[in-house]
Design a binder for this molecule. Structure first.
Ligand code: 0X9
Ligand code: ZN
Length: 527
């Protein structure tokens, strides 16, 4: 009986491996003939089956885990023809079909409009709203002249990169005294990476907050959330609303809403599930921009050396123009106190570290701000978020070479946000457009606290509590000046050792020859 079971398991493993081969990265681009299911492995056999599926270097999981844990839900992309087999294999445990026509689901929820020009100016929106509320025409005109209105309509849909860029440009012209738009770098395919600087910092000792999103191309809700925060701050300040006016006099906030512009374009045109950038590769394109940072680069957690993997680290730390642009912005901008890297999904706020469960320096500061932010977001709409700390209570896997760990190691208090939906909402494959605006608003609820924390920050000079595993261990090439120097000094030590060894051997040989000679001459002379 046991043998039969073993054979059955082996057959199914073989079947899964074959069906995963069907998932060649290119054939998945359209997802024609694919289904998405959500499964919970309740037995060791389930764990084994899913683990074998993990061997596929192309993404077969919506969230690619480092290992399969029993009772943890996974969303798996499978070929539709294998659906009955999956259902049989997981019968009796939780196996929900999210869709058996993934291609149509992706098309219908793509939502990106190729060209979108704002039909309504802010003034028109205000006018319409005011008329709707029964305000007399003169009062409406007066209101238009004296107040700025947030363009909430913009946050009811997902847009292409050009439309987002048009939005950022409009913000910088409409609120030119408080918003500045800059290009901080360019992607592999030469697309600009934009940053919006909101607020002033004439101070000698400037205080800044840095918020970026879309390191991962498919996390579509994040650019609107970050753009909304920039627009809302500009509008509140222009309307002379407190506490924004005072806070933005003391703290500047820098937003990079689309850190991975090439990847974003691909999700709109070819593969909605694309995660990485578009670095050209030998077998597959793309580097995971949240694995390319040099703290614990190529470390053991949720990373891969395979070009085709969705968690490919890249050849060396900061190999990508996108991570270089963000790194240089951080290094060249004084006074950044807080950094937030915005992702989706899971409804969690994540504190440092990402690569280890060791206690981070300044744990009390991290906990009090992290819990405060989490409560602000959760209380706004009653949609619960959780605060995740690997050293205490973690709600996500460990990850090496991440952006937020790198900024934390640069004395910046850093958090990762994973926005809606919750990871337990297996049937919510993509966030519906009607949830964009509520998500923008709930995240914005934490902004005043973040600005205050940056203004009052005493979070300086954290000392690393542990040494991350070194990238040289898995990459023999020197990857930075420091690595090169250590490489050089190792070489010098080896040369010295070789020279010493040669000298010692030569001396020994001389001694042996001398003994040998004297041994031969002595008897002769004695004779
Ligand atoms: O894997 C990632 O890069 C992030 N999750 S996502 O689903 N958006 O891809 C989380 C990375 C950082 N978080 C920690 N592990 N602490
Ligand atoms: Zn992400």
């Amino acid at each position: 009986m046991l043998t039969v079971k073993l054979i059955a398991t082996a057959c199914f493993v073989a079947f899964l491996t074959t069906s995963s081969a069907i998932h060649s990265c290119s054939s998945k681009a359209s997802y024609e003939g694919f289904s998405a299911i959500s499964v919970i492995p309740t037995t060791q056999k389930h764990v084994q089956l899913l683990s074998s599926f993990l061997l596929d270097p192309c993404e077969a999981f919506l969230f690619r885990p480092t290992e399969i844990q029993q009772y943890e839900r996974h969303i798996v992309v499978i070929s539709s023809s294998s659906l009955p087999k999956w259902k049989r294999a997981f019968s009796g445990s939780s196996c929900n079909v999210i869709t058996n026509d993934l291609a149509s689901l992706l098309n219908s929820s793509s939502g990106q409009k190729k060209s979108y020009s704002r039909a309504l100016s802010n003034d028109k929106v205000l006018r319409e709203k005011a008329y709707e509320s029964g305000m007399p025409a003169r009062a409406v005109t007066q209101a238009i002249n004296s107040s700025h209105v947030l363009d909430t309509q913009f946050y009811l849909d997902y847009y292409s990169l050009v439309v987002l860029q048009e939005k950022w440009t409009n913000l910088s012209t409409q609120f030119s005294d408080i918003v500045e738009l800059k290009v901080i770098g360019r992607s592999h395919q030469d697309r600009p990476i934009h940053a919006l600087f909101v607020g002033h910092t004439d101070a000698e000792n400037p205080r800044r907050v840095f918020i970026n999103s879309l390191l991962h191309a498919r996390e579509w809700v994040t650019p609107p959330v970050v753009t909304y925060a920039a627009e809302r701050l500009a509008v509140e300040a222009a309307n002379l609303k407190q506490p924004y006016v005072s806070l933005l006099k003391e703290v500047q906030i820098i937003f990079v809403p689309v850190a991975n512009p090439d990847g974003y374009e691909i999700t709109a045109t070819a593969n909605r599930m694309w995660r990485k950038n578009l670095r050209p590769g030998d077998s597959c394109a793309g580097v995971d921009l949240n694995r390319n940072w040099d703290l614990d680069f190529k470390g053991p957690h949720s990373t891969s050396n395979s070009e085709c993997s969705d968690i490919y680290t890249g050849p060396f730390a900061f190999s990508e123009p996108e991570t270089q642009a963000l790194r240089d912005l951080v290094l060249e901008t004084p006074g950044i106190q807080i950094h937030i890297d915005v992702h989706s999904y899971s409804q969690i706020v994540i504190g440092p570290w990402s690569y280890t469960d060791e206690i981070p320096p300044n744990l009390d500061v991290i906990e009090s701000l992290g819990n405060g932010i989490t409560n602000d977001i959760s209380n706004h709409n009653g949609v619960p978020y959780r605060f995740s700390l690997h050293s205490k209570q973690a709600y996500i896997y460990l990850a090496s070479g991440t952006m937020s760990d790198w900024t934390f190691s640069k004395n910046i208090l850093s958090f990762g946000f994973e926005l809606r939906p919750s990871r337990l909402d297996a049937d919510t494959f993509f966030l519906p457009t009607k949830e964009i605006l509520p998500t923008c608003k709930e995240v914005f609820a934490s902004i005043p606290r973040i600005l205050r924390a940056a203004r009052n920050s005493t979070f300086i000079e954290p000392t690393l509590s542990s040494t991350p595993s070194q990238s040289l261990a898995s990459n023999p090439e020197p990857t930075s000046e420091e690595d090169f120097l250590s490489f050089l000094s190792t070489g010098v030590v080896i040369i010295i050792c070789v020279v010493v060894a040669v000298v010692v051997i030569a001396v020994l040989l001389c001694v042996i020859v001398a003994i040998f000679k004297s041994g031969r001459t002595a008897p002769t002379s004695m004779v």
